[in-house]
Design a protein. Structure first.
Length: 456
């Protein structure tokens, strides 16, 4: 009897252990899953039950890229058990699309995107009209905008397009008085912000024939605003030309072209000794002395642009070539000083004839264009003569440089290694202008303008 009972107990224990050991310790909800692209997916959510453990004890191997449709395999590992699950990532939903009705004049080029205020999708998509609309028709029409992703899922929305014949001219803002600095090269019309109901970029033209930008005072000018549908409006505006202090003083602008060079350091020392400021129209030639550009800048001298290459045949071959070179020298200046320059001197000056060998009329194009691009250019009215040769005697340079013919002297020197006599003459020249009561200013965009007449 006792033996029989013992046998039953042993058998029961064996069965219970057996159930325990043969029971699956990791049960998953699904052996294959489909997941929407771009959605949230946590593979642990697929675990149904773990025996003698928690979900955290399961190690999941393999990656699912929710940004890329495809078939992925991940493997769940718990103790010595492992199970693989196929995960299909699919894009089955159309883009999220929000639209708005629109009013446009007949000059607006209408694209389906004009009506879209918001659109997004997990995949790439395109926005289009459901049918090609007749966009030239004046009045209202219903259109259907379709956003379709590359898996063929699409979303459609209705909009109303109202094509209007624009008959209203732009409106001038309330302007009490425009103020501009004496001698400014700023485009005054850029200060007049007109608005149009249908043209996003109405234009303003001003007639400045009654305006003397070089003489302070109050002037009346006429401005014409026009939209692209041909509606114009004229308006009289008052312009005050505000005195520019540099115009009422006697000023000498010492300018050095072609540097930096091995002479720059000595030039800077002389300027420092006299506590005067000058302008360096720099080039990209001399890589070994570029630190002098930084030194000049830090000492308060103006850094202007001359040319990166100074190669006439190249820079004067086309406006594009000129600006590519100008950008290069300005990039260099920015790299050295942290600031781009907006003043320049043309190699040979704006009156050079040599450019005609490479491109007829280029100087008249460039002089206009640099101003439009936000630069001011400076020629000179007094030349030191140091370009006549490499050994121009010091006395000749002094004689040519010192004159009281002008209240505003833009004095041309060259900063290059053979021009030692320029350096030797500088002290006397500065003293001459000091004695005559001239101020020494570095050039800025608003400085007294010295322009030659172009001959090409
Ligand atoms: Zn030069």
């Amino acid at each position: 009897m006792k033996r029989k009972l013992y046998g039953i107990v042993v058998a029961t224990v064996y069965i219970l252990f057996g159930v325990y050991f043969y029971r699956d310790p990791m049960i998953l909800k699904n052996t294959s899953l489909t997941v929407e692209m771009g959605s949230h997916f946590d593979p642990y959510d697929n675990i149904q039950n773990i025996v003698f453990g928690t979900k955290k004890d399961v190690d999941i191997k393999g990656e699912v890229d929710l940004k890329k449709p495809g078939d992925y395999v991940i493997t769940y590992v718990f103790k010595d058990k492992s199970k693989s699950v196929n995960v299909a990532v699919r894009d089955t939903q159309g883009p999220h699309l929000e639209v708005a009705d629109k009013k446009f004049d007949l000059n607006t080029k209408i694209r389906p995107e004009c009506f879209v205020t918001k659109v997004s999708d997990a995949s790439e998509f395109e926005v289009s009209f459901e049918k090609k609309p007749d966009l030239d028709r004046v009045g209202e029409q219903k259109l259907k905008i379709v956003a379709k992703d590359i898996y063929g899922n699409s979303t459609e929305k209705d909009v109303v397009l109202n094509r209007i014949q624009d008959k209203k001219p732009p409106v001038f803002p309330k302007i009490d008085k425009l103020k501009v600095m004496q001698g400014t090269s700023e485009d005054i019309s850029s200060q007049i912000k007109v608005k149009d109901d249908l043209d996003p970029e109405p234009k303003v033209k001003i007639d400045t024939s009654s305006l003397d930008i070089f003489t302070p005072g109050l002037y009346t000018i006429t401005a014409k605003a026009s939209d692209r549908s041909g509606n114009d409006k004229d308006q009289s505006l008052e312009v005050e030309v505000v005195p520019n202090p540099e115009y009422s003083e006697k000023v000498v602008y010492l300018t050095f072209d072609d540097g930096p060079s091995e002479n720059t350091k000595e030039v800077l020392d002389i300027l420092k000794k006299h506590k005067v400021k000058a302008t360096f129209f720099v080039t990209g030639h001399d890589e070994n002395h570029r630190e002098y550009i930084k030194e000049a800048y830090d000492q308060g001298h103006a850094i202007g642009l001359h040319s990166y290459t100074h190669d006439y045949a190249k820079i004067y071959s086309s406006t594009d070539a000129y600006f590519a070179d100008l950008d290069a020298v300005n990039d260099m200046v920015e790299e050295i000083t942290g600031q781009r320059s907006d003043i320049l001197r043309f190699p040979g000056g704006s009156s050079n004839r040599v450019s005609a060998n490479y491109n007829k009329g280029i100087m008249s194009q460039l002089t206009d264009r640099v101003i439009k691009e936000g630069y001011q250019y400076f020629d000179w009215n007094v030349s030191s003569g140091d370009a006549e040769g490499n050994d121009v005697p010091k006395d000749r340079i002094i004689e040519l440089s010192c004159t009281d013919a002008y209240d505003h002297v833009n004095l041309l020197f060259h900063d290059s290694s053979p021009k030692d006599s320029t350096v030797a003459a500088l002290d006397t020249i500065i003293q001459y202008y000091k004695d005559k009561g001239y101020k020494f200013y570095p050039l800025t965009k608003d400085s007294y303008i010295c322009h030659h007449s172009t001959v090409n």
